[in-house]
Design a protein around this ligand. Structure first.
Ligand SMILES: [Zn+2]
Length: 334
Protein backbone atom coordinates (compact mmCIF):
# COMPACT_ATOMS: atom_id res chain seq x y z
CA UNK A 1 0.00 0.00 0.00
CA UNK A 2 1.36 3.45 -0.86
CA UNK A 3 1.87 5.86 2.07
CA UNK A 4 -1.26 7.95 2.76
CA UNK A 5 0.33 11.31 1.88
CA UNK A 6 1.38 9.95 -1.53
CA UNK A 7 -2.09 8.51 -2.10
CA UNK A 8 -3.65 11.85 -1.15
CA UNK A 9 -1.47 13.85 -3.54
CA UNK A 10 -2.18 11.42 -6.34
CA UNK A 11 -5.93 11.70 -5.66
CA UNK A 12 -5.71 15.49 -5.72
CA UNK A 13 -3.69 15.57 -8.96
CA UNK A 14 -6.27 13.36 -10.65
CA UNK A 15 -9.15 15.54 -9.44
CA UNK A 16 -7.37 18.67 -10.67
CA UNK A 17 -6.56 17.07 -14.03
CA UNK A 18 -10.24 16.27 -14.49
CA UNK A 19 -11.21 19.77 -13.40
CA UNK A 20 -13.58 18.51 -10.69
CA UNK A 21 -15.00 21.50 -8.89
CA UNK A 22 -15.31 19.86 -5.45
CA UNK A 23 -11.53 19.86 -4.98
CA UNK A 24 -10.49 22.80 -7.16
CA UNK A 25 -9.91 25.06 -4.14
CA UNK A 26 -7.48 22.63 -2.46
CA UNK A 27 -3.94 23.44 -3.55
CA UNK A 28 -2.14 20.71 -1.62
CA UNK A 29 -1.35 19.08 1.70
CA UNK A 30 0.58 20.86 4.43
CA UNK A 31 3.68 18.80 5.20
CA UNK A 32 3.14 18.87 8.97
CA UNK A 33 5.93 16.29 9.43
CA UNK A 34 8.43 19.02 8.44
CA UNK A 35 7.22 21.34 11.22
CA UNK A 36 8.64 21.32 14.76
CA UNK A 37 7.00 18.61 16.95
CA UNK A 38 5.17 21.15 19.12
CA UNK A 39 3.88 23.26 16.22
CA UNK A 40 0.10 23.68 16.46
CA UNK A 41 -0.62 22.29 12.96
CA UNK A 42 1.57 19.29 13.56
CA UNK A 43 0.26 18.45 16.99
CA UNK A 44 -3.39 18.64 15.91
CA UNK A 45 -2.74 16.54 12.78
CA UNK A 46 -0.82 13.99 14.88
CA UNK A 47 -3.68 13.89 17.39
CA UNK A 48 -6.20 13.34 14.57
CA UNK A 49 -4.18 10.55 12.99
CA UNK A 50 -3.66 8.92 16.35
CA UNK A 51 -7.44 8.91 16.95
CA UNK A 52 -8.10 7.52 13.48
CA UNK A 53 -5.55 4.73 13.93
CA UNK A 54 -7.17 3.68 17.17
CA UNK A 55 -10.72 2.96 16.07
CA UNK A 56 -12.20 -0.33 17.22
CA UNK A 57 -15.41 -2.10 16.21
CA UNK A 58 -17.15 -0.54 19.21
CA UNK A 59 -16.85 2.82 17.59
CA UNK A 60 -17.86 1.72 14.10
CA UNK A 61 -20.81 -0.37 15.28
CA UNK A 62 -19.38 -3.36 13.43
CA UNK A 63 -18.85 -1.55 10.10
CA UNK A 64 -15.51 -2.48 8.54
CA UNK A 65 -13.63 0.63 7.52
CA UNK A 66 -10.47 1.00 5.42
CA UNK A 67 -7.44 2.58 7.14
CA UNK A 68 -8.25 6.24 7.83
CA UNK A 69 -5.99 9.25 7.43
CA UNK A 70 -6.19 12.97 8.21
CA UNK A 71 -4.62 15.74 6.12
CA UNK A 72 -4.49 19.47 6.78
CA UNK A 73 -4.63 21.26 3.42
CA UNK A 74 -3.84 24.63 1.86
CA UNK A 75 -6.52 26.30 -0.22
CA UNK A 76 -6.37 28.94 -2.93
CA UNK A 77 -9.36 30.80 -1.47
CA UNK A 78 -10.49 31.31 2.13
CA UNK A 79 -12.75 28.27 2.30
CA UNK A 80 -13.14 27.02 5.87
CA UNK A 81 -14.39 23.47 5.61
CA UNK A 82 -13.71 19.75 5.74
CA UNK A 83 -14.20 16.85 3.36
CA UNK A 84 -14.20 13.10 3.50
CA UNK A 85 -13.72 10.60 0.68
CA UNK A 86 -12.35 7.16 -0.08
CA UNK A 87 -9.39 6.70 -2.41
CA UNK A 88 -6.71 4.05 -2.92
CA UNK A 89 -8.25 1.71 -0.32
CA UNK A 90 -8.17 4.41 2.35
CA UNK A 91 -10.64 6.78 3.92
CA UNK A 92 -9.46 10.40 4.03
CA UNK A 93 -10.61 13.28 6.19
CA UNK A 94 -9.21 16.64 5.19
CA UNK A 95 -9.60 20.02 6.83
CA UNK A 96 -8.63 23.31 5.27
CA UNK A 97 -6.13 25.57 7.01
CA UNK A 98 -8.59 28.53 7.20
CA UNK A 99 -10.98 26.32 9.17
CA UNK A 100 -8.35 25.30 11.69
CA UNK A 101 -7.06 28.90 11.97
CA UNK A 102 -10.64 30.04 12.56
CA UNK A 103 -11.11 27.50 15.37
CA UNK A 104 -7.93 28.71 17.04
CA UNK A 105 -9.01 32.35 16.78
CA UNK A 106 -12.58 31.74 17.98
CA UNK A 107 -11.67 29.51 20.92
CA UNK A 108 -9.29 32.19 22.20
CA UNK A 109 -11.78 34.99 21.56
CA UNK A 110 -14.54 33.11 23.40
CA UNK A 111 -12.35 32.74 26.50
CA UNK A 112 -10.98 36.30 26.33
CA UNK A 113 -14.44 37.83 26.02
CA UNK A 114 -15.88 35.90 28.99
CA UNK A 115 -13.16 36.05 31.68
CA UNK A 116 -15.48 36.05 34.70
CA UNK A 117 -17.51 33.10 33.45
CA UNK A 118 -14.37 31.15 32.58
CA UNK A 119 -12.81 31.72 36.00
CA UNK A 120 -15.93 31.21 38.09
CA UNK A 121 -17.82 28.54 36.17
CA UNK A 122 -15.25 26.62 34.15
CA UNK A 123 -11.88 26.48 35.88
CA UNK A 124 -10.66 28.82 38.66
CA UNK A 125 -7.05 27.59 38.50
CA UNK A 126 -6.59 27.27 34.75
CA UNK A 127 -5.13 29.92 32.45
CA UNK A 128 -7.11 31.41 29.57
CA UNK A 129 -4.80 29.54 27.18
CA UNK A 130 -5.53 26.19 28.80
CA UNK A 131 -9.31 26.63 28.70
CA UNK A 132 -9.19 27.76 25.09
CA UNK A 133 -7.09 24.70 24.17
CA UNK A 134 -9.82 22.42 25.44
CA UNK A 135 -12.52 24.35 23.55
CA UNK A 136 -10.38 24.26 20.41
CA UNK A 137 -9.95 20.49 20.65
CA UNK A 138 -13.69 20.12 21.09
CA UNK A 139 -14.40 22.28 18.02
CA UNK A 140 -11.92 20.24 16.03
CA UNK A 141 -13.49 17.05 17.39
CA UNK A 142 -16.93 18.19 16.22
CA UNK A 143 -15.79 18.46 12.62
CA UNK A 144 -13.54 15.39 12.65
CA UNK A 145 -16.17 13.13 14.14
CA UNK A 146 -18.84 14.50 11.80
CA UNK A 147 -16.70 13.60 8.78
CA UNK A 148 -15.75 10.25 10.32
CA UNK A 149 -19.45 9.51 10.86
CA UNK A 150 -20.17 9.99 7.15
CA UNK A 151 -17.81 7.04 6.58
CA UNK A 152 -19.04 4.85 9.45
CA UNK A 153 -22.69 5.46 8.64
CA UNK A 154 -21.99 4.61 4.98
CA UNK A 155 -23.30 7.87 3.62
CA UNK A 156 -20.76 7.84 0.79
CA UNK A 157 -21.83 4.50 -0.64
CA UNK A 158 -23.45 4.33 -4.07
CA UNK A 159 -26.54 2.94 -2.34
CA UNK A 160 -26.51 4.53 1.14
CA UNK A 161 -28.82 3.04 3.79
CA UNK A 162 -32.51 4.08 3.53
CA UNK A 163 -31.87 6.19 0.41
CA UNK A 164 -35.07 5.14 -1.30
CA UNK A 165 -37.29 5.66 1.73
CA UNK A 166 -35.85 9.12 2.39
CA UNK A 167 -35.87 10.46 -1.16
CA UNK A 168 -35.14 14.18 -1.39
CA UNK A 169 -34.47 14.57 2.32
CA UNK A 170 -31.61 12.03 2.32
CA UNK A 171 -28.75 14.54 2.21
CA UNK A 172 -29.97 16.70 5.08
CA UNK A 173 -30.90 13.69 7.19
CA UNK A 174 -27.39 12.31 6.63
CA UNK A 175 -25.89 15.60 7.82
CA UNK A 176 -27.90 15.46 11.06
CA UNK A 177 -27.14 11.76 11.42
CA UNK A 178 -23.41 12.52 11.10
CA UNK A 179 -23.76 15.31 13.68
CA UNK A 180 -25.53 12.94 16.09
CA UNK A 181 -23.23 9.98 15.68
CA UNK A 182 -20.19 12.27 15.92
CA UNK A 183 -21.51 13.92 19.09
CA UNK A 184 -21.99 10.55 20.79
CA UNK A 185 -18.46 9.62 19.84
CA UNK A 186 -17.04 12.92 21.10
CA UNK A 187 -18.92 12.88 24.39
CA UNK A 188 -17.65 9.37 25.11
CA UNK A 189 -14.11 10.60 24.41
CA UNK A 190 -14.36 13.68 26.64
CA UNK A 191 -16.31 12.10 29.49
CA UNK A 192 -14.87 8.59 29.54
CA UNK A 193 -11.83 8.40 27.27
CA UNK A 194 -8.52 10.17 26.67
CA UNK A 195 -10.29 13.53 26.43
CA UNK A 196 -11.17 13.41 30.11
CA UNK A 197 -7.49 13.14 31.03
CA UNK A 198 -6.65 16.12 28.80
CA UNK A 199 -9.55 18.14 30.23
CA UNK A 200 -8.57 17.46 33.83
CA UNK A 201 -4.95 18.41 33.08
CA UNK A 202 -5.87 21.66 31.29
CA UNK A 203 -8.70 22.70 33.61
CA UNK A 204 -6.87 21.67 36.80
CA UNK A 205 -10.01 20.33 38.43
CA UNK A 206 -9.78 17.53 40.95
CA UNK A 207 -13.47 16.96 41.72
CA UNK A 208 -15.13 14.60 39.23
CA UNK A 209 -18.41 16.50 39.41
CA UNK A 210 -16.79 19.89 38.72
CA UNK A 211 -14.80 18.37 35.86
CA UNK A 212 -17.90 16.90 34.24
CA UNK A 213 -19.83 20.16 34.56
CA UNK A 214 -17.01 22.08 32.93
CA UNK A 215 -16.54 19.51 30.15
CA UNK A 216 -20.23 19.77 29.33
CA UNK A 217 -20.18 23.59 29.34
CA UNK A 218 -17.09 23.74 27.13
CA UNK A 219 -18.61 21.14 24.80
CA UNK A 220 -21.85 23.10 24.36
CA UNK A 221 -19.97 26.36 23.85
CA UNK A 222 -17.59 24.73 21.35
CA UNK A 223 -20.50 23.26 19.37
CA UNK A 224 -22.43 26.52 19.23
CA UNK A 225 -19.32 28.47 18.24
CA UNK A 226 -18.65 25.99 15.46
CA UNK A 227 -22.19 26.22 14.05
CA UNK A 228 -22.33 30.01 14.41
CA UNK A 229 -19.06 30.20 12.46
CA UNK A 230 -20.65 28.25 9.59
CA UNK A 231 -23.82 30.36 9.85
CA UNK A 232 -22.06 33.76 9.92
CA UNK A 233 -22.20 35.35 6.48
CA UNK A 234 -24.79 32.82 5.28
CA UNK A 235 -27.81 34.71 4.02
CA UNK A 236 -30.25 31.84 3.63
CA UNK A 237 -33.69 32.83 4.92
CA UNK A 238 -35.72 29.65 4.66
CA UNK A 239 -35.10 25.96 4.10
CA UNK A 240 -35.31 23.77 1.03
CA UNK A 241 -35.38 20.02 1.54
CA UNK A 242 -33.19 19.55 -1.54
CA UNK A 243 -30.33 21.72 -0.21
CA UNK A 244 -27.27 19.77 0.90
CA UNK A 245 -27.22 20.99 4.51
CA UNK A 246 -30.06 21.75 6.92
CA UNK A 247 -30.22 25.38 8.11
CA UNK A 248 -27.75 26.09 10.92
CA UNK A 249 -30.26 26.84 13.68
CA UNK A 250 -31.80 23.43 13.02
CA UNK A 251 -28.38 21.79 13.33
CA UNK A 252 -27.89 23.60 16.65
CA UNK A 253 -31.31 22.42 17.84
CA UNK A 254 -30.59 18.80 16.91
CA UNK A 255 -27.11 19.04 18.45
CA UNK A 256 -28.70 20.01 21.76
CA UNK A 257 -31.15 17.12 21.48
CA UNK A 258 -28.32 14.65 20.79
CA UNK A 259 -26.25 15.95 23.74
CA UNK A 260 -29.27 15.82 26.00
CA UNK A 261 -30.04 12.26 24.88
CA UNK A 262 -26.47 11.15 25.55
CA UNK A 263 -26.47 12.75 29.02
CA UNK A 264 -29.73 10.99 29.88
CA UNK A 265 -29.20 7.59 28.29
CA UNK A 266 -25.43 7.06 28.44
CA UNK A 267 -23.67 9.50 30.76
CA UNK A 268 -26.20 9.64 33.62
CA UNK A 269 -25.67 13.39 33.71
CA UNK A 270 -28.26 15.98 34.71
CA UNK A 271 -30.04 17.72 31.82
CA UNK A 272 -31.44 20.72 33.69
CA UNK A 273 -29.21 22.88 31.44
CA UNK A 274 -31.72 22.26 28.62
CA UNK A 275 -34.43 24.27 30.36
CA UNK A 276 -32.81 26.61 32.91
CA UNK A 277 -31.61 29.35 30.54
CA UNK A 278 -28.07 27.96 30.08
CA UNK A 279 -28.59 27.27 26.40
CA UNK A 280 -29.68 30.82 25.64
CA UNK A 281 -26.68 32.26 27.52
CA UNK A 282 -24.24 29.97 25.71
CA UNK A 283 -25.76 30.68 22.33
CA UNK A 284 -25.51 34.43 22.97
CA UNK A 285 -21.87 34.08 24.05
CA UNK A 286 -21.08 32.23 20.80
CA UNK A 287 -23.13 34.59 18.61
CA UNK A 288 -21.42 37.67 20.10
CA UNK A 289 -18.11 36.50 18.57
CA UNK A 290 -19.39 37.52 15.13
CA UNK A 291 -19.98 41.07 13.86
CA UNK A 292 -23.61 41.98 13.24
CA UNK A 293 -23.24 42.39 9.45
CA UNK A 294 -22.45 38.66 9.24
CA UNK A 295 -25.64 37.87 11.16
CA UNK A 296 -28.08 39.75 8.91
CA UNK A 297 -30.96 37.39 8.29
CA UNK A 298 -30.40 35.18 11.37
CA UNK A 299 -33.50 36.51 13.06
CA UNK A 300 -35.62 36.07 9.92
CA UNK A 301 -34.51 32.45 9.49
CA UNK A 302 -35.28 31.60 13.11
CA UNK A 303 -38.69 33.28 12.78
CA UNK A 304 -39.39 31.22 9.66
CA UNK A 305 -38.42 28.00 11.45
CA UNK A 306 -40.88 28.83 14.23
CA UNK A 307 -43.71 29.71 11.85
CA UNK A 308 -46.45 27.40 10.53
CA UNK A 309 -44.86 27.67 7.06
CA UNK A 310 -41.92 25.51 8.10
CA UNK A 311 -43.96 22.77 9.78
CA UNK A 312 -44.11 20.44 6.82
CA UNK A 313 -40.39 20.77 6.21
CA UNK A 314 -39.57 20.14 9.89
CA UNK A 315 -41.84 17.11 10.03
CA UNK A 316 -40.14 15.66 6.95
CA UNK A 317 -36.70 16.17 8.52
CA UNK A 318 -37.87 14.62 11.80
CA UNK A 319 -39.29 11.59 9.97
CA UNK A 320 -36.08 11.15 7.95
CA UNK A 321 -33.62 11.43 10.84
CA UNK A 322 -35.72 9.02 12.87
CA UNK A 323 -35.64 6.48 10.03
CA UNK A 324 -31.89 6.89 9.57
CA UNK A 325 -31.07 6.51 13.26
CA UNK A 326 -33.44 3.70 14.13
CA UNK A 327 -34.06 1.99 10.77
CA UNK A 328 -37.77 2.29 11.49
CA UNK A 329 -40.56 4.60 10.44
CA UNK A 330 -41.98 6.94 13.03
CA UNK A 331 -44.97 5.53 14.85
CA UNK A 332 -48.14 7.13 13.57
CA UNK A 333 -49.75 9.33 16.22
CA UNK A 334 -53.28 8.12 16.85
ZN1 LIG B 1 -21.36 16.51 6.45
Amino acid sequence: MVPPDVAFERFLREKHARGEKDYRHISGRIAVEDLPTKHFYRSIADWANHQLSDIGVNSTGGVVLPPLHFELVEVNNHFAGAHTFEADERGFIVMTKPMLDEMLRLSRLLVDRNPVFMTQQIAPAASAREISELILLMQFGFVMSHEYSHLVRQHLKDQPPHAEALGESLCQAQELDADGYGIYHNLAYFFEGGGRTLASRWLKLSSAKALENSILSCFLLAGMTQFCARWAGNMRLDADIRAEHPPHPLRIEYTLLFVEMWCREVGSISTTWMTDGTIKDYFNAAARLFPSDLKAGWHQLVTWLKSPRSQQYLAEIRRSIHRLRTGEDEATQL
